[in-house]
Write a protein that binds this ligand. Sequence first.
Ligand SMILES: [Zn+2]
Length: 209
Amino acid sequence: MNLLNFKNNIYKKILCLIPLSLLYFPPSYAELKIEFEDSDSMVKTIFNEAYNTMGKRVGAKKVNWSWCEGPSSYDPLRHFICINNNLKNQDLALAFTTAHEYAHHIQKTIYGYLDREKMNILKIELQADCFAGVILASIPNFYITPDDANKLLEIVYENYGDDDYDGWDHHGSGHNRHLSLRSGLTFGSSKGARKDNYYKVFCAGDLFK
Ligand SMILES: [Zn+2]
């Protein structure tokens, strides 16, 4: 290849790159990564950012939290969240659980109570899954690529559902929880522009019996 051809080739490549760059659309989910030193800092970051993106809007109080032996839970009377020890170092499942428990805090702030007598527990849980998706997809610079989002949806589908359909603590089938989380991720990652078919059912549905 002589020098002239070489230069021409380079120019062709540069010219090619310009229109391609104009066609580039940002991905649905933020790609910048926050390095978490450990699971503690991940949980703290998610609580802080959940407050900044969703909690502040509804006037949520500060929550306290700790790791615990039992299942992860939210105590509406003490505004206290416990996160199951076994989730340490399981980044995606930990991120989802942290956001889900914080979502209960948002619900408590909005409705003033979380009452099993007056409210439908299944709807409460599925709305918390949807809110968790909104929270995770809205955190600036949080590393949740489309691949990670798909992995997380798979984890929820496989591990988070229960089939105790008539039970008092039924949280939803894996399929329902997957759909609900996906609704929230779609809504959050599009900054509220995209509501999929399930958004009304899961995120904005009526929680009362
Ligand atoms: Zn829950």
